[in-house]
Design a protein around this ligand. Structure first.
Ligand code: AOF
Ligand code: ZN
Length: 386
């Protein structure tokens, strides 16, 4: 495989970055293909695009196979631009390397290698053994990784990419002292949260939130319109419900909780002694967690979500205690903070339970990545400071 940068492309391949950017844009037509990565593919003959494809969901055809299907007949003059190294193994579907070879593609241009140990260079190897030239356009590697942060993190570090959502007043409060909290942020901000859920493999909350708010934490079609943000189809993504996860050390989740009664699978992480295999309902699995400090070991929860349930991106939607614990443990990759332009006063409930900092050097530092107005609210996206 040859690695090349945009600046070194000569006039015969000057259109390569355009096609690779298109492949990356196509991949992002779905919010998630969990547990698979989002992948796009563009087939080009001469200077003409003859087929395009993207991976819609696990179990469905991969991007390359969709593009080949759309192109009809291909031949050795064809170039395939793929945002990820073509797979070389038989998983839920047959290897894309073989599909590209059988279609007679002459050159395959990728943005990044696939960290899946079943692929990891083998896709490139198989293509090259069959006489296909393989190139990596290195300037696109960051984009390929950034659109699949959880897929790469799970494969490389063994834990998912963690987003923590917070909604607060201008003075950093989440509810009045009497508990009233519906709603601090406006409808547009709450609908935006639906998008976060729709892209998550799992939504994590704590037992206190289950007992006090009884949330559903599901994706609701009415609040997530079709064709939003240039997405391909509402239908497929609406079929995706993230796994709902409750951090519940003493196993207090009631069988009547909405989080359990709604369709979709639920995992409860508990340190309590319970009969293995005990369940509250058919869709609920209780997982014995290790202890850290006074509660469930959150690192354990993340490792389990990655290795046992193949979670790529997870969303924490919890109260001040669990949210604070995730931050204190340094496990949050991204904060999404919705700020409503209202003041709740100093006896209202705080955003996070984080205590005991003695110096500013100990404070938890993030970097602002995006700042947007959502209806009348403000959304700030922050990333963990390097
Ligand atoms: C590709 N093109 O569009 C995607 C790839 O179980 P399967 O058959 O869906 O395979 C899943 C694995 O295939 C996934 O873990 C990753 O290594 C690769 N994803 N590869 O060539 C695609 N989605
Ligand atoms: Zn594949």
């Amino acid at each position: 495989m040859k690695s090349i940068s945009n600046s070194s492309l000569d006039t015969t391949v000057i259109d390569w970055p355009v096609h690779m950017q298109r492949a990356i844009d196509l991949a992002q037509r779905v919010r998630t293909a969990t547990p698979n990565p989002r992948v796009g593919c563009v087939l080009v003959k001469g200077f003409e695009v003859i087929g395009e494809g993207w991976h819609v969901a696990a179990g469905e055809a991969h991007a390359e196979v969709v593009a080949i299907g759309n192109a009809g007949k291909t031949n050795t003059c064809t170039e395939a631009f793929v945002s990820l190294e073509p797979c070389a193994h038989t998983g839920r579907t047959a290897p894309c390397s073989e599909a590209l070879i059988a279609a007679g593609v002459g050159k395959v241009i990728i943005a990044s290698l696939d960290p899946n140990p079943q692929v990891a260079g083998k896709g490139v190897e198989q293509l090259e053994q069959a006489g296909v030239e393989v190139y990596q356009l290195v300037d696109f590697e960051d984009q390929s990784r950034e659109m699949n942060p959880g897929y790469f993190k799970r494969r490389e570090e063994g834990i998912p990419y963690v987003r923590l959502k917070l909604a607060m007043s201008l003075d950093g409060r989440t509810a009045l002292a009497n508990g009233q909290s519906k709603w601090i942020t406006n409808k547009a901000a709450r609908s935006d949260v639906q998008k976060l859920r729709a892209s998550a493999s799992a939504v994590i909350t704590g037992i206190n939130t289950v007992l006090t708010d009884d949330p559903s934490l599901n994706v609701r079609s009415a609040e997530l319109p079709e064709n939003q943000d240039g997405l391909e189809s509402g239908a497929k993504e609406l079929a995706h419900q993230p796994i709902r996860v409750v951090v519940d050390s003493q196993l207090r989740t009631p069988g009547t909780a909405k989080i359990i009664c709604n369709e979709g699978s639920v995992k409860i992480y508990s340190t309590a002694d319970f009969t293995v295999g005990k369940s509250l309902a058919d869709n609920v699995e209780i997982v014995k967690a290790t202890v850290s400090g006074e509660g469930v070991d959150l690192q354990f929860v993340l490792e389990s979500l990655a290795s046992d349930f193949s979670c790529n991106e997870v969303l924490v939607e919890a109260g001040p205690t669990l949210s604070g614990a995730f931050i204190e443990a340094g496990l949050v990759d991204e904060l999404i903070v919705y700020i409503a332009p209202r003041l709740l006063g100093s006896d209202a409930k705080p955003l996070l339970e984080i205590h005991g900092l003695q110096s500013l050097a100990e404070s938890h530092q993030f970097q602002v990545s995006h700042l947007d107005r959502i209806g009348d609210d403000i959304r700030v996206i922050l990333k963990q400071a390097p």
